[in-house]
Ligand binder design. Sequence first.
Ligand code: SAH
Length: 334
Amino acid sequence: MSITLPVAAAEVLITSPGPQVSETVHQLLGQGARVTIEASDDPAVAPLLADLAGRGLATVETGPDPRGFAVTLRDPGLHQAAPEPAAASGNNTGRVTLVGGGPGDLGLLTIAGLEALRTADVIVTDRLAPLSALAHARPDAEVIHVGKIPRGAFTPQEEINRLLVEHARAGRDVVRLKGGDSFVFGRGGEEWNACVEAGLPVHVIPGVTSSVAVPALAGIPVTHRGLSQGFVVVSGHVAPGDERSDVSWASLATSGLTIVLLMGIAALPEISAALVAAGLDPQTPAACVADGGMPSQREVRATVSTIAVEATAAGLTPPAITIIGRVVGALTPQ
Ligand code: SAH
């Protein structure tokens, strides 16, 4: 089922939010609505509401007055008609397609990705995927949300692999939908390997990676003639000095390349300090862009030595990308 609002830019209230509320919100945002959601203490729903509110995508209120809203919508639960899982037949007729969904805006999903979603029996989706695309799924498609909320509720990767294999073994056409490109910090390689090891056919549809698209959406080219001859995409998930880190930040500091940092909000103070300590000019321009491509896109621009403080002051939260390099000032404002 898809939602079409009677008026654009409406104030919409969602009551009785269900486990698919994120999907509902993304569809409404795509039509220009401003969304408020009635609070819920359902453990399957409350973390989703906290995530949506934390990213500025919706407001969550206890006991909102419906008279203040142009549209009041009881959360329709867009894909509740899940088919009964078929018994494993053992005759591997199913398949898995890893679809990179782009950074969140439906327009940045590829035509091939959309086509795969249209025909899928089962869609296993992440929270950073373009959830409004699920409106194009078959009405009887089973949609399984396995979104990983940072430091919150998540489905372990082994369980996701198991789901993909189980549904494909039952003869289903399974789409694994995620944000950006499946192979850029997307664990798509692990999913691919799990499918192959299970003897299942697996395909990949590349996606528009946020590591290039989000800087572009903020007016920052990752390379620019005369300013940068290359860029490196690096995970800031663990800070320099952490025993789990195997990134040579010192090499990056002197590489001359644009540094595109993903998952690096929490460790930004340590990362920027390590780069400067290893010789990167403290005046190097830097920008931090949160929720790129979404109505809630926010950004700050500073230098590598001040970006962590400025990002915190501006209240930027994940998902966010930090770009460090002279390309940050490359484009002439129009
Ligand atoms: N496979 C994805 C990246 C997954 S890692 C891709 O190719 O884009 C998740 C990280 O990607 C986030 O922590 C954030 O750093 C970045 N990211 C993804 N979508 C984003 C968005 N719309 N805006 C800002 N950062 C985003």
